[in-house]
Design a protein around this ligand. Structure first.
Ligand code: NDP
Length: 495
């Protein structure tokens, strides 16, 4: 076990304890070595965390804390994350195989998210509503109580922060269940929150089985809201369970996002953006631009440029400076990506580059897969319809704006879209016509804590981030206060 990793204890109700659940193995996918085997959380651990959260949240010191006091703690957590970026990024790169540059950026974004929600918390006003009668009317916002966050493995600290920061800012207590494939970095977030003075019990971090711990959170009577990020099948199931409980749930799910290059685009800018959009994070990104539509007049030239640039990407060690494409999260996931590529052959696909693991002894033990471009498929092919969650790009030609809007929208997902053109009115028209929660014009994969994010259709429901991101974690209450001092005339009682 490396001394640079957390010690494997879980953060349960403000105490550091061994989990009582099944073991979880964190592996380093560069060489398949084991980072750590830790005892995951059990259902009993989750019950302990929820009970502690309930007590901590009900304490007037937190429930009625002034916004500036909550904001102060959130700011300290953000600052603590920033100071710890080198440590966080090396833990997360060991845990997920992502490049150090990317995990450092994710940690920086998590720090920014905590600071942003500190500011939102401190500046969010309740409303005095327009009077339409004899009462003074107001709409106020209150914490929900105990809430749950369930996150996937691909960008753990950033997706944890997107949920935990607004949930705490709103005055709740949070139980966070990170993915079993990336258990370590969320525990580091707990350490930082504790050091920042977050009162005991307000945050628990429970890496543990989704089926056991995740399911328990969603169905527990004391959990008042869930924010879930993960696969569409899991999200659909949890949405049904939440519906039975009449509990709000937000679902950030998968994607198969179209990227559209018109014939007037700056081709170098477009090539760079398309590459970044699909092959950064080794394609393991919900917003990966995995379906590329290129206007027919420039198709051959653009695809040739793109293939050449793809073949020049540096595939390698996550800790080596300059690596662009690191290994995938683990071998099982790499194999599922390889199976999709094999299936593309049967659908008539032509592999323009990649399509295999690197032929390199230094990468042989790792979960590596070369950046892959496939042409010749129809937009109806399984390879073009389903989320692969790996470094695989399908490229298709299109003729007109109308055609590409129809093809872009002909998919169950609706998460993101990229548009490359110098014609701004056209870009704006297409952005409006494509079903997606986020559209990027002449750029891709840019994020901001102040801009709401989420998907439509099979990509989920609800939005995170932005000023409204705080309100999602609160109950809204209308208050009417009589201004007349008179008995209601209906009762016939005179004053
Ligand atoms: P999963 O849906 O498999 O898992 C996500 C989380 O849910 C994990 O913590 C998992 O725990 C937990 N979980 C699994 N089964 C259950 C259950 N029955 N009840 C409660 N919780 C459960 O997704 P992945 O971890 O494989 O993540 C990849 C997916 O996430 C991709 O589809 C990707 O597109 C999506 N994603 C979406 C984003 C968005 O913002 N739209 C952003 C990032 C990723 P365990 O690990 O223990 O199984």
């Amino acid at each position: 076990m490396s001394h640079d990793l957390p010690d494997g204890r879980l953060f349960i109700g403000g105490e550091w304890r061994e989990g009582q659940g099944a073991p979880i193995t964190s592996t380093y996918s560069h060489d398949g070595s084991v980072n750590m085997v830790l005892a995951g959380a059990s259902a009993a651990d989750a019950e302990t965390a929820i009970a502690a959260a309930k007590t901590a949240q009900a304490d007037p010191a937190w429930r009625n804390a002034l916004p500036q006091d909550r904001a102060r703690i959130l700011t300290r957590i953000g600052d603590g994350i920033e100071v710890a970026i080198p440590r966080i990024s090396q833990i997360q790169s060991r845990d997920t195989g992502k490049t150090l540059a990317e995990t450092a950026a994710l940690a920086a974004s998590a720090a920014g998210t905590f600071r942003y929600f500190a500011a939102v918390c401190e500046t969010a006003d309740d409303d005095l509503t327009t009077r339409r009668g004899t009462s003074l009317t107001a709409s106020v916002h209150e914490p929900i109580g105990v809430v749950g966050a369930i996150t996937p493995w691909n960008s753990p600290i950033a997706s944890d922060a997107q949920k935990v920061a607004p949930a705490l800012a709103a005055g709740n207590a949070v139980v966070l269940k990170p993915s079993s494939w990336s258990p370590l970095v969320s525990l580091e977030l707990a350490r930082i929150a504790e050091a920042a003075g977050l009162p005991k019990g307000l945050l628990s971090v429970l890496p543990g089985s989704g089926r056991e711990v995740g399911n328990l959170l969603v169905n527990h009577p004391d959990i008042g809201r869930i924010a879930f990020t993960g696969g569409t099948d899991t999200g659909r199931m949890l949405g049904e369970q939440a519906g039975r409980k009449l509990m709000p749930i937000s679902l950030e799910l998968g994607g198969k996002s179209p990227t559209i290059v018109f014939d007037d685009a700056d081709l170098d800018v477009a090539v760079a953006g398309v590459l970044f959009g699909i092959f950064s994070s080794t394609g393991q990104s919900c917003i990966a631009g995995s379906r590329l539509f290129v206007q027919r007049g420039i198709y051959d030239a653009f695809v040739a440029k793109l293939v050449a640039a793809t073949q020049a990407l540096r595939v390698g060690d996550p800790f080596a400076k300059g690596t662009q494409v690191a290994p995938m999260i683990n071998h099982a996931h790499r194999d599922s990506v390889a199976a999709y590529v094999a299936g593309a052959f049967d659908e008539g696909g032509v592999i323009l580059c990649g399509g295999t693991a690197p032929d390199d002894a230094a990468r042989a033990a790792g979960a590596y897969y070369l950046p892959t471009i496939i042409a010749g498929l129809s937009n109806d092919a399984k390879t073009c319809r389903e989320e692969i969650f790996g470094p695989v790009l399908c490229v298709l030609p299109f003729d007109s704006e109308e055609d590409v809007i129809a093809m872009g929208n002909d998919n169950d997902y609706g998460l993101a879209c990229g548009i490359w053109t110098r014609d701004f009115p056209r870009a704006w028209r297409v952005a409006g016509a494509i079903r997606a929660g986020t559209v990027w014009i002449n750029t891709y994969k840019q994020f901001s804590a102040s801009t709401p994010f989420g998907g439509d259709g099979a990509s989920g429901m609800g939005r995170e981030k932005g000023r409204a991101g705080l309100r999602a974690w609160q109950r809204q209450k209308g208050i009417y206060c009589d201004l007349t001092g008179q008995p209601h005339p209906w009762a016939g009682v005179s004053a």
